[in-house]
Design a protein around this ligand. Structure first.
Ligand code: F0G
Length: 353
């Protein structure tokens, strides 16, 4: 088998890109689908974790960005803009750097993790901090793209969802079938919509004979779809999904309803607990927002809402190293004792005998 060539080369026939469109890639996609014995036992089924933190900039955004930036480059854009809670900006600035485009990012002041900010800085982003949340940033991005020569690459750009749907393709390609259930976090609601498009297209083409129920989970303090109304001041420790008025709201509801799925909320405590357990039980370190799907699956299992014997895919969307402050500030299991430099002292603290 030849090495993985990136999302566009691997799935070009499924993407609406012209033949002349250049390919701007960092080798994204082809991420691990890891069987979880821990979760499988809890739900009495087979659970596979799609580890999107293994993408080049550490999140699933790279799948959409390779397509959106390639299309923008092909159309002659010179600058690109996005609003972001951090991951979109990390991804956009990296792909823009590769394409030779000027990246402009709008972020909520004080609400994006240091790791994600560092990425945008290193990739040469023009970083604009806004007194407001993601929703305000997105409005400004739309306004800039409307009135100035700059291409919008938020997920309202259809190329983003086109790229992100390849996550669903990969799962079916690896499992040889669609899962019964697909679980993931929901913020701006692009990814759940993209996965559903991917599963639908594979089913329509006869590559999979079934489609999964889509289960999305929002953070309780930022759960507009669950509440059925815009949340003016969304709040959650999971800053990646701190969004009160998702752009793909309607598409996400369609995905939920057409698939016979659900969109529910999980609390910050459930998110942090799921994040910690996934790290400790399976060796998979994800950022808090990424753990919302795991948290939702655990809560549903506890409530007896997960039918047994199902094949379940859970997308964990971003790498844990993106945001180290949140776990370090909340988790008290860190050994803070400092010992004399001897084997005996270390053995004693470690409880070895
Ligand atoms: N998980 C992570 C790690 C994210 O960064 C995001 C969104 C989501 C889940 C939710 O995905 O928006 O498609 O429903 N992050 C965006 C950003 C908003 O700006 O990086 P969604």
């Amino acid at each position: 088998a030849q090495p993985w060539r990136g999302v566009i080369a691997e799935y070009r026939d499924w993407l609406p890109l012209g033949e002349e469109t250049p390919t701007v890639t960092l080798g994204e996609g082809g991420t691990p689908l890891i069987h979880s014995a821990w979760l499988s036992e809890i739900v009495r089924g087979e659970v596979f974790v799609k580890v999107e933190g293994d993408n080049p900039t550490g999140s699933f955004k790279d799948r959409g960005m390779t397509v959106a930036i390639s299309a923008a480059k092909g159309e002659g854009a010179e600058a690109v803009v996005c609003a972001s809670t951090g991951n979109t900006s990390a991804s956009m600035t990296a792909y823009a750097a590769r394409a030779g485009l000027t990246p402009i990012v709008l972020v909520p002041h004080g609400k994006i993790s240091a790791g994600k900010m560092a990425q945008a800085v290193m990739h040469g982003g023009e970083i604009i901090q806004v007194r407001g949340g993601f929703d305000e940033c997105l409005n400004i991005s739309r306004g800039l793209a409307k009135d100035y020569p700059v291409a919008l690459v938020n997920s309202v750009n259809p190329m983003r969802l086109e790229g992100q749907k390849t996550g669903a393709f990969e799962i079916v390609d690896v499992l040889g079938r669609a899962p019964d259930l697909h679980v993931l976090p929901v913020g701006n609601a692009g990814n759940i919509s993209a996965y559903w498009m991917g599963y639908r297209q594979y089913a329509d083409a006869g590559i999979a004979s079934t489609r999964p129920a889509m289960w999305g989970f929002q953070a309780a303090g930022a759960a507009p779809i669950v509440r059925g109304e815009i949340v003016r001041e969304p709040e959650t420790l999971a800053t990646a999904i701190r969004i009160g008025n998702p752009a793909s709201w309607q598409l996400a509801e369609n995905a939920r309803d057409e698939s016979g799925g659900r969109i529910d909320a999980v609390t910050d405590d459930q998110i942090l607990d799921a994040q910690r357990r996934l790290g400790a039980e399976e060796g998979i370190f994800v950022e808090p927002g990424s753990a919302a799907g795991i948290a939702g699956l655990l809560a549903a299992a506890e409530a007896g809402e997960v039918p047994s014997g199902q094949v379940i895919a859970v997308t964990v969307t971003g790498h844990g190293l993106k945001d180290i402050d949140t776990p370090l500030s909340r988790i008290d299991s860190i050994v803070d004792e400092v010992i004399e430099p001897t084997v005996e002292a270390a053995a004693e603290v470690a409880g070895l005998r």
